[in-house]
Design a protein around this ligand. Structure first.
Ligand code: SF4
Length: 230
């Protein structure tokens, strides 16, 4: 499978923020977010072909029990299910970071970090007509999100770029149904620098206070900047 990078760092987002983890970043994605912070694993997928055994060997060379399968979109990666199973057999805690457009179908997973994309993610329709249409058709699949939520411990993380996004999140949650505890809903600022993230804090904090959602920081940006391998 095509692997963009494998590295050891601290989890920067979500309920496991700060937990040392090995990140396996698969290359390739079925979406094309305009603000994607890993274009080398989506818009222009780069990497090296690695077998499941090679990936597991590299993961095991680090001391952490926590492993994060991320991308790109890890669920489109060939052999992702075999990789998750092999990591489970080696005793790892597996977080899968996914946009939740592809059903889990029993994949080995201990924390489903689901990040469905909002309207703010759509690529420019004038520049990328076909990609825009495909992105818009694919990005919100409530039946798939539900399949993940019903099968695994989860967090539901939305990337927020503007105050109006809070209303869209409310609509999507209504469509999803199921009385999701508000503290399972994470709002994360869209931005790849501490200053860009701080600029979104005011409306983000207000939305969290109003609805009971959890504020999701991006610790890796604060600690290391927007750099590969962190
Ligand atoms: S889903 Fe994630 S990896 Fe894919 S384009 Fe969007 S931000 Fe990038």
């Amino acid at each position: 499978m095509l692997i963009s990078e494998i590295f050891h760092s601290l989890q920067g987002e979500g309920e496991l923020t700060g937990v040392p983890s090995v990140f396996v970043r698969t290359s390739g994605c079925n979406l094309r977010c305009n603000w994607c912070d890993t274009p080398y694993a989506s818009w222009n997928p780069e990497g090296a072909e690695m077998s499941v055994a090679e990936i597991v060997r590299q993961v095991e060379s680090f001391p952490s029990r926590h492993v994060v399968l991320t991308g790109g979109e890890p669920m489109v990666a060939k052999d992702i299910r075999a990789l998750a199973q092999a990591l489970r057999e080696s005793g790892k805690h597996i977080t899968i970071e996914t946009a939740a457009t592809i059903p889990p179908e029993g994949i080995a997973c201990d924390l489903a970090s689901l990040s469905p994309k909002l309207q703010n993610s759509a690529p420019d329709s004038k520049l990328f007509g076909a990609l825009h249409d495909r992105h818009e058709k694919l990005r919100w699949r409530p039946e798939v999100v539900r399949a993940w939520i019903e099968s695994y411990p989860f967090q539901l993380k939305f990337v927020v770029a503007q105050a109006a996004d809070a209303a869209e999140i409310q609509l999507l949650l209504r469509e999803l149904g199921g009385n999701i505890p508000p503290e399972k809903i994470l709002l994360m600022p869209e931005g790849i620098s501490p200053s860009a993230n701080r600029a979104r804090d005011e409306f983000l904090i207000e939305a969290c206070k109003l609805h009971g959602y959890r504020y999701c920081q991006r610790l890796h940006i604060e600690l290391f900047g927007n750099r590969r391998g962190t």
